[in-house]
Ligand binder design. Structure first.
Ligand code: UDP
Ligand code: MG
Length: 345
C-alpha cells in the first residue's frame, strides 16, 4: 500500500510522522532523547517533525529545546505560559502537529524510540491506532502496580469504553484519528479514555517499559488519584447513579426495621434503650449523604469547568510553527479560543 493512500489529504510539505513530546523539567534527558529519536527516524526514512511542548518547566528545558530547534528545524517547540499538565500538553501537540501519523512519546525515554519502527509497520498494514502495551513495569513499586491494577479494573467495570490495560500515551495515531480527537471539545482531557473513545481500527504491540533515564517522575499519589477521578468521572455516570439504588435499598431496610419496632412496641410495650442503634444509623446515613454530595460536587465541578469555556492552554512562544496553525485545518471552538501572546519567529 502506498503511503499516500493512508493519509487524509495532508498538505504537500507536511511530514509523514509527527512525534509529540511533552516536557516538564526534562533538561537532563533532552540531548539523549533527540540522539535516540533521530537515529531511529533516519533509519525508518519517513519525513518527520518533532512537536515539543515545554509545559512550564522551571529548569533549562526550554533553552535546550530551542538549541535543538536551531540545529534541526524539524524540531518545533511550543512554550506554554505555565505548567498545564501532561494531558493538556499532549492536546496542544496534537493541535499543532501536521503529520499523516502522530506519535506521542515521553521525554524521559521510558517509551523506547526503537519501537516507532514497529508502530509504523502496523500503520502500514492499515491500522489507525497502534498502541504500545507494557509487558512489564520496571522500577515501579508494588504499591504503584497495585493501584494501577485497581484503577484499570474499576474503570473497566464502570465505563462502557474499554480502556486498554497498561497502555500509556505512547502510540501511533493516524491523521483520521487526530482529526476526530480535535473535535472533542471537553476540558477534562483524560487522553487514554479519549483515545479509546474515538474507536477506529486499533491494535496493540507489546514492549518492556524502561526506567526513567534521568530525573524523577512528576506523578505522586495525590496527582495519580486526581488523574483516576478525572478518568472515571469523564467516562462514567455510575458514581452518580448508584446512590439512588443504595438509597432505595436503605429505605427498604429502614422500612423493615420500622415495622419490627412497631410490632415490638405493640407486644412488649415502650422501652428506652436504643441510643446506640440510633447513633449508628444516624452517623451512617450522615456519612452516606456527605459522600453523595461530594460525588455530585465532582461532576458539578467538571460541568463548571466546561461552561467557563476558558482556553485549554496558553502559548507564550512558538518556534518553527505558525501561530494560526491549529485552527487552519479544523474549525471547532476550542482551538479558535486558544490564545497566542507572542510568535517568536
Ligand atoms: N509531563 C508534562 N507535564 C507535567 C508532568 C509531566 O509534560 O505536568 C511530561 C514529562 O516531561 C514526561 C511525561 O509527561 O515527558 C511523563 O511524565 P513522567 O515521566 O513524570 O510520568 P511517568 O512516566 O512516571 O508516568
Ligand atoms: Mg516517565
Amino acid at each position: 500500500m502506498s503511503m499516500l493512500s493512508l493519509t487524509s489529504e495532508p498538505g504537500s510539505s507536511d511530514p509523514q510522522l509527527s512525534i509529540i513530546i511533552p516536557c516538564y523539567n526534562e533538561e537532563q534527558n533532552i540531548d539523549y532523547l533527540f540522539q535516540r529519536l533521530e537515529s531511529v527516524l533516519d533509519k525508518i526514512g519517513l519525513s518527520y517533525e518533532f512537536v515539543c511542548i515545554n509545559d512550564g518547566s522551571c529548569d533549562r528545558t526550554l533553552e535546550k529545546l530551542v538549541e535543538h530547534h536551531y540545529r534541526n528545524s524539524r524540531i518545533k517547540v511550543i512554550n506554554f505560559s505555565r505548567n498545564f499538565g501532561k494531558e493538556i500538553a499532549l492536546t496542544a501537540g496534537i493541535d499543532f502537529s501536521t503529520g499523516a501519523a502522530v506519535i506521542p512519546i515521553d521525554a524521559d525515554l521510558q517509551d523506547p524510540p526503537e519501537l516507532i519502527g514497529t508502530l509504523v509497520e502496523k500503520w502500514r498494514e492499515g491500522f489507525d491506532v497502534v498502541y504500545a502495551t507494557r509487558k512489564t513495569r520496571q522500577g515501579e513499586t508494588w504499591l504503584k502496580r497495585l493501584t494501577a491494577n485497581a484503577f484499570y479494573r474499576v474503570m473497566g467495570q464502570m465505563s462502557a469504553i474499554a480502556i486498554p490495560r497498561d497502555t500509556g500515551d505512547f502510540r501511533l495515531l493516524d491523521r483520521r484519528v487526530v482529526t476526530a480527537l480535535k473535535q472533542l471539545p471537553e476540558r477534562t482531557r483524560f487522553m487514554k479514555g479519549l483515545f479509546a473513545w474515538v474507536g477506529f481500527r486499533q491494535t496493540a504491540i507489546y514492549y518492556d517499559r524502561d526506567q526513567r533515564y534521568k530525573g524523577k517522575t512528576k506523578w505522586n499519589y495525590w496527582r495519580l488519584w486526581n488523574f483516576a477521578v478525572d478518568g472515571i468521572t469523564s467516562f462514567s455516570l455510575v458514581p452518580l447513579k448508584m446512590w439512588s439504588y443504595i438509597g432505595v435499598t436503605l429505605s427498604f431496610v429502614a422500612f423493615g426495621y420500622a415495622f419490627f419496632l412497631v410490632l415490638r412496641t405493640l407486644i412488649l410495650g415502650i422501652d428506652v434503650p436504643g441510643y446506640a442503634s440510633l447513633m449508628v444509623v444516624l452517623l451512617f446515613l450522615g456519612g452516606m449523604q456527605l459522600i453523595t454530595l461530594g460525588i455530585i460536587g465532582e461532576y458539578l465541578g467538571r460541568v463548571y469547568e466546561e461552561v467557563k469555556r476558558r482556553p485549554l492552554y496558553l502559548v507564550r512562544d512558538l518556534y518553527g510553527i505558525k501561530a494560526d496553525q491549529p485552527s487552519s485545518d479544523n474549525d471547532h471552538a476550542r482551538s479558535r479560543e486558544t490564545a497566542f501572546y507572542n510568535n517568536s519567529e
